[in-house]
Design a protein around this ligand. Structure first.
Ligand code: NAD
Ligand code: WQD
Length: 341
């Protein structure tokens, strides 16, 4: 069976994607430097699928190390490139680390793919490339706006690097998946989101507040031009997101791509506000989440949600999970983390 190289595969989205790839019959090899995840994730994956995926602790910027991976696994037919640093705030403080890590790792990967005749790549992009869209819901033709952070800029630059490389090499096929806001955890609660330190993202902060780890949730602003004043996002279940990667890999392997580089927005098409997420979480879990409305967070955009028609109709993928079940899965994962301590 075809083997997929999953960089960043012990990370949040990568680990869930590894489960779906193996469940779909693909072989995988995970490459991760464990800079933002733990090898313990491999135990969770093994418990879910009944076998332990091959894992190589390598930095994607390490050309020699990565070359050894390509030499060792000579049946790699596609790469899913999750590996990156992804904290927006940190990228403002440490831009050079972000440019080196996120751009350097992609360049190393593309060079080795060329060396080893691997012609299919799925790239983890982000709706952040759209900034605050002029038209909502946002589709793939929306203009790319000036990045609001070095992190967002690395996504825009990496998309261009992939396009330029494809233009120079007709054999290369790429699928750029622009994720909206991934949330939730595997229903087994054996894998999930493992934020380092104080969570920056909404959901892990909500679950940690519900668990009593955090005193209260700060809601960053309720004076936006939205129905309840809080920001709106398109929250997508991480398993739905993982399944989209399996569909994207299969599409390229079956040579069904319509263009060398295809772009898809991976969202539900449903915008939910911060306060709606909060209210729904409290409703489905029965757990209170103390919160306080505070000032806006710098850099936040007001509202964004996807037009998922192209992913639904061309890629052949559609988000299935309800936000209620997704929030419950995040809570179950948080509870398991508590019990493990
Ligand atoms: P994550 O931090 O959980 O996973 C990233 C993984 O990559 C980690 O396991 C980390 O150890 C690894 N890594 C980082 N740099 C590496 C390197 N140089 N070599 C090898 N491994 C390296 O993040 P995630 O949420 O799973 O995100 C995965 C991808 O999706 C990232 O590219 C991110 O930018 C993108 N993305 C995430 C979100 C989100 O909200 N989580 C949204 C849009 C896009
Ligand atoms: C969602 C909403 C906050 C925390 C970020 C990155 C994006 C992507 C996904 C990597 C916003 C509000 C949050 C809190 C809050 N990451 N919030 N209190 O900002 O949409 O996207 O993560 O690619 O690039 O920008 O996600 O979860 O941080 O915030 O009120 O403690 O929740 O203001 O409106 P965001 P988020």
């Amino acid at each position: 069976m075809a083997r997929v190289l999953v960089t960043g595969g012990t990370g949040y989205i990568g680990s869930h994607t590894v489960v779906e790839l193996i469940s779909a019959g693909y072989d995988v090899v995970i490459v991760d430097n464990l800079s933002n995840s733990d090898a313990e994730v491999l135990n969770g994956i093994e418990q879910i699928i009944g076998k332990r995926p091959p894992f190589e602790k390598v930095d994607c910027n390490d050309y020699a190390g990565m070359e050894q991976v390509f030499n060792k696994y000579d049946d790699i037919c596609a790469v899913i490139h999750f590996a990156a640093s992804k904290a927006v705030g940190e990228s403002v403080e440490k831009p050079l680390m972000y440019y080196r890590n996120n751009i350097g790792s992609l360049i190393t990967l593309l060079e080795l793919m060329k060396e080893h005749g691997v012609v299919n790549i799925v790239f983890s992009s982000s709706c952040t490339v759209y900034g605050q869209p002029d038209i909502l819901p946002v589709d793939e033709n929306a203009p790319i706006k000036p990045a609001l952070s070095p992190y967002g800029n690395t996504k825009q630059i990496n998309e261009e690097i992939i396009r330029d490389t494809a233009h120079s090499d007709a054999s290369l096929h790429a699928t750029l998946l622009r994720y909206f806001n991934p949330i939730g955890a595997h229903p087994s609660a054996l894998i999930g989101e493992l934020p380092n330190g104080v969570p920056q993202n909404l959901l892990p902060f909500v679950t940690q507040t519900a668990a009593g780890i955090r005193k209260e949730l700060k809601v960053f602003g309720d004076d936006y031009d939205t129905p309840d004043g809080s920001c709106i996002r398109d929250y997508i279940n991480v398993i739905d997101l993982a399944k989209a990667h399996v569909v994207a890999v299969r599409r390229m392997l079956e040579k069904k791509s319509l263009e060398q580089v295809e772009v898809f927005n991976l969202g539900t098409g449903r915008g939910l506000s911060v306060l709606e997420i909060l209210r729904t979480f409290i409703k489905v879990t029965g757990v209170n989440v103390p919160y306080q409305i505070v000032g806006r967070r710098e850099g936040d955009i007001e509202k964004v949600w996807a037009n998922p028609d192209k992913a639904n109709n061309v890629l052949g993928w559609k988000a299935q999970e309800t936000v209620e079940d997704t929030l419950l899965s995040a809570w179950r994962w948080q509870q398991r983390l508590m019990n493990k301590v």
